[in-house]
Design a protein around this ligand. Structure first.
Ligand code: 6PG
Length: 236
């Protein structure tokens, strides 16, 4: 957590010194939640220039913003709510809207906020991603077809087990970012992490394995447990 927080602090300070806004995409899930709570409860809450950041979401469940399963609610309760961020700098995927309509609306909100030329994909400064044990990331699930809106920035799908409607950024947008960071912790993620870091028949169907930024950096913030199988691989 501390390593990721320090990297984030340095990147946002650099943007501030260069008089640039910093467009940051947040992930849902319990591991990203723990990271947001760490940021809110550590010295980073004071040392990161939060007002430089515009916040976006990599995906959202089709639920209202006050619903327990809302990624926005999770991020707000864990971090954003304690930072006094101007509302216009929190770009919420509106889970209460019709998913297909919201995918189009959100794509336009992103284009406007990042000043993305027509026909181009937006380039975020940093995208945080969680990792599912099935190799999913954001709401891009193995074997689940995404229904993309016209610009190819957002898409909708249904969760393969619950059937819950989801809105997500597309893989192309993930791979357009300047920096993409996976956050994964716990023994339960060790196998999927090792499969992805060492391409294997297992990982071929993992959407997370397709995250390979075209002109950006990809990094993994792992605790010892999530890294344990990869460490064994490296030592063998
Ligand atoms: C979501 C996330 C999802 C999450 C992973 C990891 O909306 O749930 O976008 O991709 O990041 O499932 O979640 P955990 O950290 O809780 O395992």
């Amino acid at each position: 957590m501390e390593a990721a927080a320090l990297e984030l602090k340095n990147a946002v300070i650099e943007a501030k010194e260069s008089r640039r806004l910093f467009h940051l995409v947040l992930a849902g899930g319990s591991t990203p939640k723990a990271f947001y709570q760490y940021l809110a409860q550590s010295g980073f809450k004071q040392s990161i220039p939060w007002s430089q950041i515009h916040f976006y979401f990599g995906d959202e469940r089709s639920v209202p913003p006050d619903h327990p399963e809302s990624n926005y609610k999770m991020a707000y309760d864990s971090l954003l709510g304690s930072l006094a961020i101007a509302e216009k700098k929190i770009h919420r995927m509106r889970g209460e809207n019709d998913p297909a309509q919201e995918a189009s609306r959100y794509a336009e909100e992103i284009r406007a906020s990042l000043d993305t030329p027509t026909g181009k994909l937006p380039r975020f400064d940093w995208i945080f991603l969680g990792l599912g044990t099935d190799g999913h990331t954001a709401s891009i699930f193995p074997g689940v077809t995404l229904i993309e809106e016209a610009s190819g920035i957002c898409a909708t799908c249904r969760h393969p087990e619950t059937g819950q409607q989801r809105i997500t950024l597309t893989m192309d947008v993930l791979n357009r970012a300047r920096r993409v960071s996976f956050i994964a912790t716990g023994k339960g993620k060790a196998s999927v992490v090792a499969d992805i870091l060492n391409p294997s028949p297992n990982s071929q169907n993992y959407p997370a394995a397709e995250v390979q930024p075209n002109e950006g950096t990809l990094e993994w913030f792992l605790d010892a447990e999530a890294a344990s199988e990869q460490i064994k691989n490296d030592l063998s």
